[in-house]
Design a protein around this ligand. Structure first.
Ligand code: NI
Length: 159
């Protein structure tokens, strides 16, 4: 288990399209576990493979609720409905936040860490997080979709 280094804005790997995972094996499970640890370490609600330099279609999400961390392999949005205006940030853009439009509801299919097919129907914050993280797999970043003029910078918290 390990905390991985997070790639930040300007790193070209964030702009590359991630590849499908062919076999969900122990190596993939280890990466997913490291991704969860890394996300928790930096208080994120989601993390995608390219953000730790791994161009595979892997995503973890944790809204810190009863669902716990969700580990996704080859996730795909199969249906989306509506719109919500949201404010969001990204672990690859420390202390930066912007407003944008995300789908209000999404239906997503993926494999879990055991290679079993799962379907998640999400709305609100979970729909937002799924949309954000799946964009990372296409090399799309939240700033590409931001409503112009809404970027805000916050001072890092002093420890
Ligand atoms: Ni992000």
């Amino acid at each position: 288990m390990a905390i991985r280094m997070i790639r930040e804005n300007g790193d070209e790997i964030l702009r590359k399209k991630a590849r499908e995972v062919e076999v969900v094996d122990d190596k993939i499970r280890q990466i997913l576990e490291d991704m969860v640890e890394t996300m928790h370490k930096f208080n994120g609600v989601g993390l995608a493979g390219p953000q730790i330099g791994i161009l595979k279609r892997l995503v973890v999400i944790d809204l810190y609720d009863d669902n716990g961390p969700i580990k996704l392999v080859n996730p795909k949005i199969v249906e989306q409905k509506g719109e919500q205006e949201v404010e969001e940030g990204c672990l690859s853009f420390p202390n930066q936040y912007a407003k944008l439009i995300r789908p209000a509801q999404v239906t997503m299919e993926a494999l879990n860490e055991n290679g079993e097919k799962i379907t998640i129907e999400a709305e609100g914050l979970l729909a937002q997080a799924i949309s954000h993280e799946l964009d990372h797999l296409e090399g799309i970043l939240f700033v590409d979709k931001m409503i112009p003029g809404t970027m805000e910078y916050t001072e890092p918290e002093k420890e």
